[in-house]
Design a protein around this ligand. Structure first.
Ligand code: ATP
Ligand code: MG
Length: 263
């Protein structure tokens, strides 16, 4: 069984790509056969993995190459369907064809399943477009990374509405979770916003990813955070007043594995 997660938020710079790459490599390190799909013409999945950008997504969808031919090996157990400017052609085709998004979703599910890929993570561009609909249709779970500033929260309801609408058109039930990013323990601002978010969305709000300079440095060193600074707060979370570890990508990874395994 393949489980598909997509990382969606039309706001830019909220940690979509960082989350997809970090969690994708996290799954791979735990032995899961994992595929990262770059649905953003910026091609930042490859950049963050220190690999060249490429027309992988275009080759697979637009030129109908098999997934096995269009993707590349990024790390052990980690495959990548790269993106670059040519992803715009995929968008063009999805716009033109009435059933394009549904076909995209069906092909992705069937081909990942056939290749025995266990986890697929799709990274989306910061815009509302047809790839976002296609990714939602393909997904079992939508993850909405969001920063915790006042101005960052207004887009969240828009996405959740869109997920609910897409869910109605799909045979796969969809669930969504909010992933708060850039959490700052020092100032009260982000903690306050996190409380508001939890009041509105309850248990669909995951523990936060701390603001961590190591997460920003890792791509420049050509490494994922697991390779560059696995002990950093971005991975390990922070320790609260009661001595309890909160958040960080390690905790989120365990949460996602629980969802996948249905425990
Ligand atoms: N928790 C964090 N702490 C500090 N820096 C972070 C954190 N998460 C991401 N960053 C950095 O913030 C920048 C934006 O992150 P990222 O590229 O993951 O966002 P994005 O939502 O994918 O952006 P876009 O909308 O442009 O695709 C990057 O330079 C990244 O290294
Ligand atoms: Mg991105």
């Amino acid at each position: 069984m393949t489980t598909i997660f997509s990382f969606i938020n039309q706001k830019g710079g909220v940690g979509k790509t960082t989350s997809a790459v970090t969690l994708g490599h996290g799954f791979a390190l735990r032995g899961y056969q994992t595929l990262l799909v770059d649905c953003d013409p910026q091609g930042h999945i490859a950049t963050q993995l220190s690999l060249p950008k490429g027309p992988g997504l275009r080759h697979w969808y637009y030129e109908e190459q098999p997934l096995s031919k269009a993707m590349v090996q990024a790390r052990e157990n980690l495959l990548m369907l790269a993106g670059d400017k040519s992803t715009d052609r995929v968008l063009g085709k999805l716009r033109e064809e009435q059933w394009g998004a549904a076909e995209f979703a069906e092909r992705l599910c069937a081909e990942s399943e056939a290749m025995r890929i266990q986890v697929v993570l799709l990274d989306l561009a910061p815009s509302l477009n047809h790839l976002q609909i296609a990714a939602m249709l393909a997904s079992d779970y939508v993850i909405i990374p969001t920063r915790l500033r006042y101005t960052d929260l207004d887009g969240v309801s828009e996405i959740t509405r869109s997920i609910t609408e897409t869910s109605r058109r799909s045979s796969k039930p969809k669930r969504y979770y909010l992933l708060p990013t850039f959490f700052d323990r020092v100032t009260k601002e982000t903690a306050q916003r996190l409380t508001e978010l939890a009041a509105a969305f309850g248990r669909q709000v995951w523990p936060p990813i701390p603001q961590d300079v190591k997460l920003a440095e890792a791509p420049g060193r050509g490494m994922t955070i697991w390779e560059y600074a696995p002990q950093s707060s971005g991975v390990q979370g922070y320790v609260n007043r009661n001595g309890k570890k909160i958040g960080g990508y390690e905790t989120i990874l365990s949460e996602m594995i629980r969802l996948m395994e249905g425990v």
